[in-house]
Ligand binder design. Structure first.
Ligand code: FRU
Length: 497
């Protein structure tokens, strides 16, 4: 039996999506079927397909009572929408089914764990009401899900002393080699900052508090949202999205930021010892990433290619809002998280145009290099090593009216993205600078454009900068600029799905 709230949402999205033409969506980034999308949820491989659920408010292009949207894919680039998976239709989740994760049970069913949100209604003024958050389960066959009879399965009584029942969300489960399950959940301790809690289960249904995996101690923002915790290249990695972050040097400029910690996990004690930390993305629009372990042994991450600080920038009356990042293959090198576009993308690269050893010291365009759905690899270096150039710029999504640019100042090793002329409703946040590794003025970039986004992979994935743009599609020019003399190799492919 499905509830009328879920049935209505399913009917609504099926009818309304017809109004959105193919051209009005990204080509290979998953976007909201209709209405609003935020965090990726339940990213998993189930019955031969990748499943991606997402925070979803079908009825508006603004955040609202959260449902779980749903899509599947075989290559993580072509997505097929499935009906809404979860709707806020029970007493324990009536104000929203917040973020969570998915695993496969031994009997072949798919298990979802999500945060049920209910606004506190008793003895409080509406303006002061807060969200009570608990963890809930739903079991299904990859399309239809039944909420578990004993929901919520984790609530206030399962919290360590002093932790807030108002900030307890975003469970990410995984299965251990011995068949038992673990789960990390974001939480807020007494100090008002964040912490990650670890829970364990033998069957996926009965969960017990194990330990505080790690405490923020007010170092990186406040509340830690959307944790993910996994092994990678012999280390353990904690990804989380802290709210209210302040910049530290060139790290953590996003307000609602992203944090990657690399370290060791004491499984017995259930504690994580962090050794290195960094931003996950150094651009403008990226938040709440989640990973999946693929059947061929890759750890692949997708984030919400948007950020709470920037999501006001599109016109209000649109049919969809919110898209996911490109899936990225993760690895650890030099104690850092490296990200590369999934290799599946290479099958869709056509019309190769390349130039080697182009030297220039002004604005140039190159025959055959343009487009808004392209994969570009370029390397720049000084033409004269004794006389390093001052600035190199790559300008794209360009016509007489618009342009977005990536500019690089080798002397400071700063790479800047600037999308102030990219069709946004108003200039809210349109620039981000990042310190990059560059020796003697050399820099390597891979730039991936889809209709409404740019993702820049710096130095073979050492850093990534993501940003969305709404520049009209006819603005497809690309040009290059040098102050000083730059030498460049470049290859461009059209991405055709
Ligand atoms: C992160 C977040 C999560 C929450 C969800 C609600 O973007 O705030 O913590 O579960 O969004 O939509």
């Amino acid at each position: 039996m499905i509830s009328h709230i879920l049935r209505d949402a399913r009917k609504y999205e099926e009818t309304m999506e017809k109004q959105i033409g193919k051209e009005a969506r990204p080509e290979f980034h998953l976007s909201a079927r209709i209405g609003w999308m935020n965090d990726p949820n339940g990213f998993s491989f189930y019955n031969g397909k990748y499943h991606m659920f997402y925070q979803y408010h079908p009825y508006d292009c603004q955040w609202g009572p959260m449902h779980w949207g749903h899509a599947v894919s075989e290559d993580l680039l072509h997505w097929e929408y499935l009906p809404v998976a979860l709707a806020p239709d029970e007493l324990y989740d009536m104000d929203g089914c917040f973020s969570g994760s998915a695993i496969t049970l031994p009997d072949g069913r798919q298990l979802l764990m999500y945060t049920g949100m209910v606004k506190e209604r008793q003895n409080v003024k509406v303006a002061e009401s807060r969200d009570i958050q608990t963890q809930c389960l739903a079991v299904g066959d990859g399309i239809d899900f039944e909420k578990y009879k004993d929901n919520p399965i984790l609530e206030e009584k399962d919290l360590p002393k002093g932790s807030s029942k108002y900030d307890f969300r975003d469970p990410k489960m995984w299965q251990k080699k011995d068949g038992s399950y673990c789960c990390v959940v974001g939480s807020r301790p007494e100090d008002g900052s964040g912490q990650i809690l670890l829970y364990t289960s033998t069957d996926g249904f009965q969960w017990n508090f194990k330990s505080i995996l790690i405490k923020n101690n007010n170092r990186f923002g406040k509340m830690w949202e959307c944790p993910d915790f996994f092994q990678l290249d012999g280390k353990w990695v904690l990804l989380t999205s802290p709210q209210d972050m302040l910049p530290q040097g060139f790290e953590y400029h996003n307000g609602n930021g992203t944090l990657c910690m690399i370290g060791d996990f004491d499984e017995k004690a259930g504690t994580f010892q962090e050794q290195y930390n960094q931003s996950i993305d150094y651009g403008i629009d990226f938040y709440a990433p989640q990973t999946v372990y693929t059947p061929d042994g890759r750890r692949v991450m997708i984030g919400w290619m948007q950020n709470w600080d920037t999501c006001g920038q599109r016109t209000r009356n649109v049919l969809w809002f919110g898209q996911m990042s490109l899936p990225r293959e993760l690895s650890i090198r030099n104690n850092r998280l490296y990200q590369l576009p999934i290799r599946e993308l290479e099958a869709y690269r056509f019309h190769k145009v390349g130039y080697q050893n182009i030297t220039f010291s002004e604005v140039i365009e190159l025959e055959g290099i343009k487009g808004r759905r392209v994969d570009i690899e370029l390397t720049v270096r000084p033409a004269d090593e004794q006389n390093i150039y001052h600035k190199f710029a790559f300008r794209f999504a360009q016509n007489e009216k618009y342009q977005t640019s990536l500019s690089f100042r080798p002397r400071e090793a700063i790479l800047k993205i600037d999308r102030k002329h990219s069709g946004s409703r108003r200039a809210i946040i349109h620039q981000r600078r990042s310190k990059v590794n560059s020796e003697d003025g050399k820099l390597k970039l891979r730039i991936i454009l889809d209709r409404f986004s740019v993702e820049v992979f710096v130095n073979d994935g050492e850093q990534v900068m993501s940003a969305i743009l709404y520049t009209e599609q006819s603005a497809d020019g690309i040009s290059f600029f040098a102050d000083g003399t730059v030498n460049m190799d470049i290859v461009k492919y059209d991405l055709i799905m």
